[in-house]
Design a protein around this ligand. Structure first.
Ligand code: NAD
Length: 478
């Protein structure tokens, strides 16, 4: 039995809070993975006060010096990767390979935004007025709140914090309650890299307690949230009421269209990687597939074969190719979605509505109606619904008939269909012959419809726009 990791708040440069709240390891019954403090509104208030006090000096710190701290934090996380990844597996469940990849993503994000310390920060224009120059520059927005989910417990905090920090903001982060340790590792790396006290703060605790206190505080000038659509839309109202800036990345129901001219095995590999990697617990995971008649049987045979490669188990055990479901609540959602589909007439090609503890094998549901809940509602587990469609047009139209619009994919060898799909599909990210999950860190990411606030994008250069506003200065030189 491993000793629990100890997560702490980081408030004004100090690790604080009694770590009392237990988080069980989802792969090992009876093992406590982490103990963390349960923050209060007073803790959130302290963290926001520290951020308000620290932000002006941080914004005046030369940009290359700010970048150097992010680069140093990346280096520290690289040295600490074995420990950070193992703690991530214990609290969240994904396999050690997936966790190491996630820590690598956080490192890459810190490097990307750290390198912006040397980038241009504005533009110069000549004016219509004689003897006048116009410059634009981006100013930090102030103190930003970040509220993050459990499924990428270090990558998502990093990809929100790094653009916020390089832009000269101070940050208060509220990580998910299920995964407090990964965010603590990020905070400690930033602190050890020399980030001034108060510039980056973490407060653990409940969404309705700490998250709500951050969202309502008038000193928090912007809030970036990733999580469920229900919680996100509630936060949007709160932030809009006080006219603060808000960014939401929320649920998804990502579809792939597999058409007759695709390579059936390649398509099956794309769909299984998108649907079952990360235990299907990715906002970008594939959860519905539309298949045309000519490729149907060959594709399903191959998909069942690839699904068989996923063996759920302890993520720290090299024999496991898939981690457990993150929690009992999530398992209940997976199981009841599958049972409801069976009751509605679907058949299971692989998997079942049963689990071994939190180990839940990949489910492929066939004979699914396009309007069935398993084809329309987010489950967030390793469950793929297959819907038969007569042709490309019907498949595209069914895929677009969704409340969500995060990622979408097509498997085809045709240039005509791949470019038409990219033009007409309603999703923020489009993948051709690639899994719907898996993103590069230097390009914009975000959804449309109920998947996103659809205002500002995350990741890459675009990410800094949310954390800054543009100032235009006219300089008369005579
Ligand atoms: P969740 O919405 O339950 O929680 C997300 C965060 O919000 C947590 O930190 C939680 O404590 C906090 N929270 C909950 N209620 C709150 C409230 N009333 N006020 C303030 N904060 C509150 O989501 P989850 O279960 O942690 O994560 C799974 C969801 O996240 C899925 O819907 C998934 O699609 C989504 N997700 C989206 C993306 C994306 O980029 N679009 C990425 C990862 C996960």
């Amino acid at each position: 039995m491993t000793t629990p990791a100890l997560a702490r708040h980081l408030i004004d440069g100090e690790l604080l809070g009694e770590p009392m709240k237990e988080r069980a390891n989802p792969a090992r019954i009876g093992e406590i993975a982490v103990l963390s403090p349960s923050g209060t509104p007073a803790d959130a208030d302290d963290a926001i006060s520290a951020a308000v006090a620290a932000q002006p000096q941080w914004a005046r710190t030369p940009l290359p010096a700010r970048g150097a701290i992010l680069l140093k934090a990346a280096e520290l996380l690289r040295e600490r990767t074995p420990q950070v990844a193992a703690d991530l597996v214990r609290e969240e469940g994904k396999t050690i390979g997936e966790a190491t990849g996630e820590v690598g993503r956080a490192i890459g994000v810190l490097q990307f935004f750290g390198s912006l310390g040397w980038a241009s920060t504005g533009s110069t224009f000549s004016s219509a007025l004689p003897g006048t120059t116009i410059t634009t520059r981006r100013e930090p927005i102030g103190v930003v709140g970040l509220i993050t989910p459990w499924n990428f417990p270090i990558a998502i905090p990093a990809w929100k914090a790094a653009p916020a920090l390089i832009s000269g903001n101070a940050v208060v982060l509220k990580p998910a309650e299920l995964t407090p340790m990964s965010a603590t590792h990020l905070a400690v790396a930033l602190h050890d890299a020399g980030l001034p006290h108060g510039v980056f703060n973490v407060v653990h605790g409940g969404g309705r307690v700490v998250g709500d206190a951050i969202a309502r505080d008038p000193r928090v000038t912007a809030l970036s949230f990733t999580g469920s659509t229900t919680v996100g839309l509630g936060l949007e109202k709160t932030l809009q009421t006080r006219r603060a800036r808000v960014q939401l990345e929320m649920g998804g129901k990502n579809g792939v269209l597999v058409i007759d001219d695709a390579d059936a095995r390649r398509a099956a590999q794309v769909v299984s990687a998108g649907g079952f990697s990360l235990t299907g617990q990715a906002c970008t995971a594939t959860s519905r597939v539309y298949v045309t008649p000519g490729i149907h049987d060959e594709f399903l045979d191959a998909l069942a074969e690839f699904a068989g490669n996923y063996t759920p188990g302890d993520g720290l055990d090299n024999a496991s190719t898939m981690g457990p479901v993150v929690s009992d609540d999530q398992l209940q959602r997976d199981v009841s979605a599958v049972q409801q589909a069976i009751d509605g007439g679907a058949r299971l090609l692989t998997g079942s509505a049963d689990s071994d503890g939190l180990r839940f094998a990949p489910v492929i549901a066939i004979d699914v109606e396009h309007t069935a809940p398993i084809a329309t509602e987010e489950i967030f587990g390793p469950v793929v619904a297959v819907i038969d469609v007569p042709d490309y047009e019907a498949g595209l139209s069914a895929l677009n008939d969704s409340a969500y619009g995060l990622t979408a994919g097509i498997c085809t060898t045709s240039l005509k269909y791949s470019s038409d799909f990219a033009d007409r599909v309603q999703a923020g990210v489009v993948k051709v012959n690639r899994p719907t999950s898996g993103l590069d860190l230097h390009v914009p990411f975000g959804g449309i419809k109920e998947s996103s606030s659809n205002t500002f994008r995350e990741q890459g250069h675009s990410a800094t726009q949310f954390y800054t506003w543009e100032k235009t200065t006219y300089i008369g030189t005579e």
